[in-house]
Write a protein that binds this ligand. Structure first.
Ligand code: MN
Length: 393
């Protein structure tokens, strides 16, 4: 966006809010770094503080990285309710738009966002720049245009907002995002950034980790690990990311028990045709919520539903079973997991996953059937070793 237009917008923005107005800044549910950093930037632009212009959200910040951000940068997000919001003279929102809130929102005066697809023309001030990687970029442009000096805290927050919304400038990034990033970079505190990006691990996790590491094995580019009971969801996700870093690993599926659920995080390098989101949907969609993108996906399955389908909730068996499922789900790539004779559902599930397999492997299927005395479509040599001669690597 050109600077003249930003300056024009900025002037209008400042006319919307009068001296004595109490302003609420409202964020999306479970606010993320882009939203929180944009909120404190707006406060600075309006020349206000946290007493006259508090930040609200209907549900609290839950992600550990984001909680670390609020703690390290001392960002307070108060719980919103419609009645409380009604008491404010002006309601501003950043990184979100009025229709998102439905009935919960009494009014809207200022809207700054980068999300597409919402009805516009609701608030007297709107600046919606679809295509921008982050709202923090828009806010940085305002700050530059206003000639505001950006504090270390604000620069750190905005940089982290851009960083997390654009997956470290790798997704949906515009020249504007890179410019804002470059502008903020020398002003930010890297030590804090590092601590936000990698939240501290609870000490108790070390024991879980050491047990899991002993079992870690890469099979045809795939790692499957079940951690047992964990205290935080992000430990499972971090572990999946970690596993993906080992050489020759293309896919990692890591699970853990969290409350009454089995949480499964999947990561891959995006090679080949398999899609992580579609894979978890196919494997676990009937049990709970499952979905995601091509490279990262997640399933949250109630343990009771798992037991109903799989017949057991024992941690050891969960890992065995997940290993079978994921090995079978990799189209033509991962086929060498040992069959689990205890599991009555195996053949049924496999046949569904293997429908697309090529008939050129029939010889081995026959051998396999002879070996086990069962009708099975799984393609494996009698010795259980992989048939694959490499495939696409
Ligand atoms: Mn955003």
């Amino acid at each position: 966006m050109d600077q003249a237009l930003t300056r024009q917008k900025l002037e209008k923005l400042r006319t919307i809010v009068s001296e004595g107005d109490r302003v609420a800044i409202l964020l999306q549910d479970d606010p993320d770094p882009d939203a929180m950093s944009s909120a404190i930037a707006l406060r600075v632009l309006l020349g206000r503080n946290k007493l006259t212009t508090p930040i609200f959200a209907f549900t609290p910040v839950t992600r550990p990285e984001n909680r670390t951000m609020t703690r390290l940068l001392e960002i307070e997000v108060a719980p919103a309710d419609t009645k409380t919001l009604e008491e404010f003279d002006k309601i501003a929102m950043v990184d979100v738009e009025p229709p998102y809130f439905g009935d919960r929102l009494p009014r809207a005066d200022i809207v700054i966002d980068h999300h597409p697809g919402y009805e516009t023309g609701i608030a007297p001030f709107e600046d919606i720049r679809v295509g921008y990687g982050a709202t923090a970029t828009i806010m940085t442009e305002y700050l530059v245009s206003a000639g505001e000096s950006v504090s270390e805290r604000l620069a750190t927050a905005l940089l982290y907002g851009i960083h997390s919304d654009t997956l470290a400038l790798s997704r949906r990034v515009t020249e504007g995002d890179i410019e804002a990033f470059t502008h903020l970079y020398p002003l930010a505190n890297y030590n804090l950034l590092k601590r936000m990006d990698r939240p501290e691990l609870p000490l108790g996790f070390a024991r879980i980790l050491s047990r899991a590491m002993r079992r870690l094995a890469v099979r045809d580019g795939l790692i499957v690990l079940h951690l047992g009971r964990v205290e935080r969801d992000d430990l499972i996700v971090q572990m999946a990311d970690f596993c993906l870093q080992f050489e020759s690993v293309e896919w990692a599926a890591v699970s853990g028990r969290l409350g009454r659920n089995l949480v499964i995080a999947v990561r891959n390098h995006g090679l080949g045709h398999a899609n992580a989101g579609e894979t978890v949907k196919r494997l676990f969609g009937d049990l709970g919520s499952a979905g995601g993108h091509r490279n990262m996906a997640k399933a949250v399955v109630p343990l009771m539903a798992w037991r109903k389908r799989e017949g057991t909730m024992r941690d050891k068996m969960i890992e065995v079973r997940l290993s079978e499922l994921f090995n079978a789900a990799m189209p033509g790539e991962h086929e060498d997991s040992a069959p689990s004779p205890q599991n009555p559902h195996q053949d049924h599930n496999r046949s569904a996953y293997n429908q697309h397999r090529s008939s050129g492997k029939e010889l081995f299927q026959r051998q396999s059937r002879k070996r086990t005395g069962q009708k099975r479509e799984r393609t494996a040599k009698p010795d259980g070793k992989s048939l694959r001669s490499g495939g696409k690597r």
